[in-house]
Design a binder for this molecule. Structure first.
Ligand SMILES: NC(=O)c1ccc[n+]([C@@H]2O[C@H](COP(=O)([O-])OP(=O)(O)OC[C@H]3O[C@@H](n4cnc5c(N)ncnc54)[C@H](O)[C@@H]3O)[C@@H](O)[C@H]2O)c1
Length: 286
């Protein structure tokens, strides 16, 4: 997709972080924009800022973990703008902690948002794009965490490896039917966003149970502390929107923004092929 002016972009998780950056880039390219997010207040503020840039924009409160919400987002997009050309399946959350301690509620939440969020986006929007038969693009946000593994992040890695896998598989299917829909999977390392405060975006049914001792545990508190540290010391966000749009223009499938992780990704694959066991020492010594 090279021609953006007047085309329609839908963004999930548009109220903060990457989603808001995408909205700014869409506005710069004079696109019509559908901003969606679970957080009504943040979404209103973000939409106001994009409107002030002169963009034609609507906002739709959406919980991507619910298919009926994402289907309603697709319907509202068509009601308002008649088509959809660019979709960012971007909304996401993080939960850290050992697999055996992390409450099932947290597993359900993170899989619901990070994996089902993408599944719902693909199910609701691909049929519309196929019917249109016009050049379209879908960017699924995964993470470099979808290409490697680290200690204490089993739930996040699970969802991000799934995001990479689903994007690759769906992309093969679209290619096989000569579809005009192109896909990319965005795999950044740490970037300064609001991701370390994901708990504030929990849907009602996944709220923290104050009676569950896990949320007073060292595992939970250490996870939060490390989350704040890595996000706050991550790459500044300013260049991200541009990098992703260049990738869309160039039909680049894998979008990697943190090259210092490449040797770690390479080592993981090499170890697998050579039968070398993964070792926690690798991380402890870094
Ligand atoms: N920031 C990083 O370092 C980093 C690195 C790799 C990947 N990512 C991924 O980027 C994506 C965007 O995260 P971000 O860093 O911009 O974080 P962010 O918290 O700044 O933005 C995420 C947005 O998603 C929204 N959201 C959360 N749950 C939702 C739901 N159920 N339905 C709809 N919206 C929901 C939040 O309200 C928020 O506005 C996520 O998928 C995240 O995993 C982030």
């Amino acid at each position: 997709m090279k021609d953006f002016k007047g085309k329609v972009a839908v963004i999930t998780g548009a109220a903060n972080g990457f989603g808001f950056e995408y909205a700014k880039e869409c506005a710069n390219r004079e696109m019509k924009i559908v901003m969606s997010d679970i957080d009504k207040n943040d979404l209103e503020n973000a939409t106001k800022k994009i409107k002030e840039m002169g963009a034609e924009v609507i906002s739709v409160v959406t919980d991507v973990s619910k298919y009926e919400d994402v289907k309603a987002l697709a319907d509202k997009t068509l009601d308002e703008f008649d088509s959809v050309d660019l979709l960012f399946n971007n909304a996401g959350v993080v939960a850290a902690g050992p697999a055996w301690e992390l409450p099932l509620n947290d597993w359900d939440w993170i899989i619901g948002v990070n994996v089902y969020g993408i599944i719902h986006g693909l199910k609701a929007f691909i049929p519309i794009m196929l019917k249109q038969d016009t050049p379209c693009h879908i960017v699924n946000t995964a993470s470099v965490a979808g290409l490697l593994t680290t200690p204490n992040m089993p739930a996040y890695h699970t969802t991000k490896h799934a995001s990479v896998a689903i994007t690759e598989s769906v992309n093969y299917s679209l290619q096989a039917r000569n579809s005009k829909i192109k896909m990319s999977v965005f795999c950044p390392g740490f970037v300064q966003t609001d991701l370390d405060n994901s708990d504030r975006h929990r849907p009602e049914r996944f709220k923290i149970d104050p009676n569950n001792p896990y949320y007073e545990s060292k595992s939970y508190k250490d996870g939060l502390k490390r989350g704040h540290h890595v996000i706050n010391t991550g790459m500044p966000i300013d260049s991200i929107g541009q990098s992703v749009f260049i990738a869309i223009e160039e039909e680049q499938f894998y979008i990697l923004t943190h090259p210092h992780y490449n040797p770690v990704i390479g080592k993981r694959v090499k170890d697998m092929l050579e039968g070398v066991n993964p070792s926690a020492d690798f991380f402890l010594n870094r």
